[in-house]
Design a protein around this ligand. Structure first.
Ligand code: FE2
Length: 245
């Protein structure tokens, strides 16, 4: 069984389309999406439309959960926007504008997503989370101490835990027997080595529950994507545009 796992598209259609092409070549039986569809990109409506289309086409073979920024968009308040502006002005102003330009039906869509999902495939227990099993916005970064990661996933009984959120792909094979894979980000990749290609995960599970996972790095026109952000012309948008390249 083949599965493609995507996360953190962040309203970036050019990155999403490039990844979709690559996924089509892989021809997976299932696709999982680990949240963060809308915030901080240039076309949230396009991404939501495509994701809903995919859900309608693949039905139960497409599973999506909610990311922390999906929840922020769904529960927008001026007070929260001000807090985000104080911490990271460009993201705060994007937050204010994204809520205005995103169709209400798409905001409702992300509002109603579950925070996590568990399933068993070929005997392998899998948990899908955005940050960690214990917290939607917890960071499973590369190069953490194994004990720290063990604590983050302590509450999960899954063999394979798939997460996103940090935009930095990584993986841990823990002493407890659990495997934790951060799939990285499609639309706002932030690898430590400066590689800004879109990232997703391909997984293959055999009949005996043995699995192989591989991060896939996909080139897209990130210069054009950064220009699209500049066209939106909200305060400090140039800071978000720069992060694409
Ligand atoms: Fe994200």
């Amino acid at each position: 069984m083949k599965i493609a796992i995507i996360s953190d598209i962040h309203a970036n259609p050019l990155a999403y389309e490039a990844v979709s092409k690559s996924i089509n070549k892989f021809s997976p039986d299932k696709i999982f999406c680990l949240g963060d569809l809308i915030l901080g990109g240039y076309n949230p409506n396009y991404i939501c439309e495509k994701i809903i289309e995919l859900k309608e086409k693949m039905k139960d073979d497409f599973i999506i959960i909610q990311g922390n920024t999906d929840k922020m968009i769904a529960n927008y308040t001026h007070e929260l926007a001000q807090k985000v502006i104080d911490a990271f002005p460009a993201m705060g102003y994007s937050y204010m504008e994204d809520v205005k330009i995103t169709d209400k039906k798409y905001i409702e869509f992300v509002k109603n997503l579950d925070e996590k999902k568990s399933l068993t495939l070929n005997g392998l227990k899998i948990e899908l989370v955005h940050g960690s099993p214990r917290k939607q916005d917890e960071n499973i970064f590369p190069n953490l101490k194994e004990e720290e990661v063990e604590k983050m996933v302590e509450a999960s009984s899954a063999d394979l835990i798939l997460c996103g959120h940090t935009h930095k792909p990584c993986a841990y094979c823990l002493n407890s027997g659990k495997t934790v894979v951060n799939v990285g980000s499609v639309g706002r990749s932030m690898t430590d080595n400066g590689d800004r290609r879109a990232v997703y995960l391909e997984a293959t599970i055999d009949k005996n529950s043995k699995f192989v996972v591989e991060h896939k790095f996909v080139e897209y026109d990130n210069i054009l994507a950064s220009r699209h952000i500049l066209i939106r012309n909200f305060k400090h948008c140039e800071d978000l545009a720069k992060m694409y390249v």
